[in-house]
Design a protein around this ligand. Structure first.
Ligand SMILES: [Zn+2]
Length: 147
């Protein structure tokens, strides 16, 4: 028996990673960053490679705010994503990727008391299967290398 790798759910939700999302630049396809400020109701996408810069309101109408991951305001593709069988493995940013990695590495997964479902509990089944641990960790390494 090998020593179990303990992972304790930090009870994060997907929305905890919405404010900064790594995206493919709509102009040059390099890595760009989309940021959303839900208080100021502004989203911004900037690309350090080609200088692309766009700012939009996060509101649907004057009264209605639309809360979604930052890249969604620009219809931009995620930077950290890869196909896994018939599914897509994705992360919004490096912290999200590291969180998923810690979970997937964990052989002893602990869920603490929480209200509602956490990000991890909402993941599709393929993330949870022990048989997928190695191939998923390979994808994560590949995405980390893509930086
Ligand atoms: Zn660009």
């Amino acid at each position: 028996m090998s020593t179990p790798v303990r992972f304790s759910d930090a009870n994060l939700t997907l929305a905890d990673f919405y404010a900064e999302v790594w995206a493919a630049c709509p102009a040059c396809s390099s890595k760009a960053t989309a940021r959303a400020d839900y208080v100021l109701k502004l989203a911004r996408l900037t690309c350090p490679h080609c200088g692309y810069h766009k700012e939009v309101a996060t509101t649907l109408t004057e009264k209605m705010a639309l809360v979604q991951p930052a890249h969604g305001y620009f219809d931009a593709a995620l930077w950290l994503q890869a196909p896994f069988r018939d599914e897509i493995f994705f992360a919004y940013n490096d912290r999200h990727l590291a969180y998923l990695e810690a979970y997937i590495r964990g052989t002893l997964r602990e869920h603490r008391d929480r209200k509602g479902f956490t990000l991890l509990e909402r993941l599709p089944k393929f993330y949870h299967l022990a048989a997928n641990r190695k191939p998923l960790l390979r994808i994560i390494e590949m995405l980390k290398a893509k930086g």
